[in-house]
Design a protein around this ligand. Structure first.
Ligand SMILES: [Zn+2]
Length: 253
């Protein structure tokens, strides 16, 4: 039985382009992606997008990060709404692989009560350390949501069949991870914020806000090697590339 991958757009955020890539000017409006993966052993979500309140009252929900972003998130566009539109009961999501703990990746976690959160140990520990929380703009309301948590360190094959593999791509945050999905049509790597834009990878131009530049560069080199070997990359927040990604209910094939 095949593995199927679906892209969900869970709102948009706009911020200074330089936040996404050093030296860029003006502002950039970017999608907030989440991905549903239908595997024979259960449904998996990669990232959960924004909390619904981020659209209604961004100043309250985003807190210290609010001044840097304009949020567009209408009712029904959060991850729970997107899943409902696909007739997927949120209670059936079994695994919630989390790239990192930022508000636009973990904001929907509360909507997935039965999912086990799969996160890198370094990321989870940073999310529970006062200094690291402050430095990384984490808000535990996003991720301290009561589910079981599976802490992983380094590469992790979710079902042991090579189909869904967490790839450590630390640097954007202390324990960031990307996800490789092996479809019948080839490998797709969901970079998340290890690589915001295609140009990030082409030009090795980092964002202005980075937890660890050296590690992020190393992660970019790893992603480049995967791309060179034939994997298709879906970048974390690239509006041009996103326009070419089939949206659910169409599958990425
Ligand atoms: Zn992000």
């Amino acid at each position: 039985m095949a593995v199927r991958l679906f892209a969900l757009t869970c709102g948009w955020v706009t911020g200074h382009a330089a936040m996404f890539m050093e030296g860029a000017t003006g502002r950039l409006r970017v999608p907030v992606p989440s991905f549903l993966i239908d595997h024979p052993r259960g449904k998996v979500l990669f990232d959960s997008g924004l909390h619904p309140d981020a659209g209604r009252d961004p100043a309250e929900r985003l807190g210290r990060a609010a001044p840097y972003f304009t949020v567009e998130l209408n009712d029904g566009e959060d991850v729970a709404g997107r899943l409902a539109a696909l007739d997927v009961d949120v209670a059936t999501i079994r695994w919630l692989v989390t790239s990192h703990l930022h508000f636009d990746h973990a904001g929907g976690h509360a909507a997935l009560p039965n999912a086990t959160v799969v996160v890198q140990r370094a990321e989870w520990e940073a999310g529970h350390d006062a200094d690291a929380m402050h430095a990384n703009y984490y808000d535990p309301r996003d991720y301290d949501t009561g589910q079981d948590v599976r802490l992983v360190s380094g590469e992790h094959d979710l079902f042991g069949d090579g189909r869904i593999v967490c790839l450590p791509t630390h640097g954007h945050t202390p324990g960031h991870q990307s996800l490789r999905v092996r479809l019948d049509g080839g490998d797709v790597v969901l970079t998340a914020d290890a690589c915001y834009l295609r140009r990030t990878l082409d030009e090795l131009r980092l964002p202005t806000v980075v937890h660890d530049r050296e590690r992020m560069l190393a992660a970019l080199h790893r992603l480049r090697a995967l791309r060179d070997a034939g994997a298709r990359l879906v970048y974390g927040h690239d509006p041009e590339c996103w326009a070419g990604v089939p949206q659910a209910p169409a599958a990425i094939t």
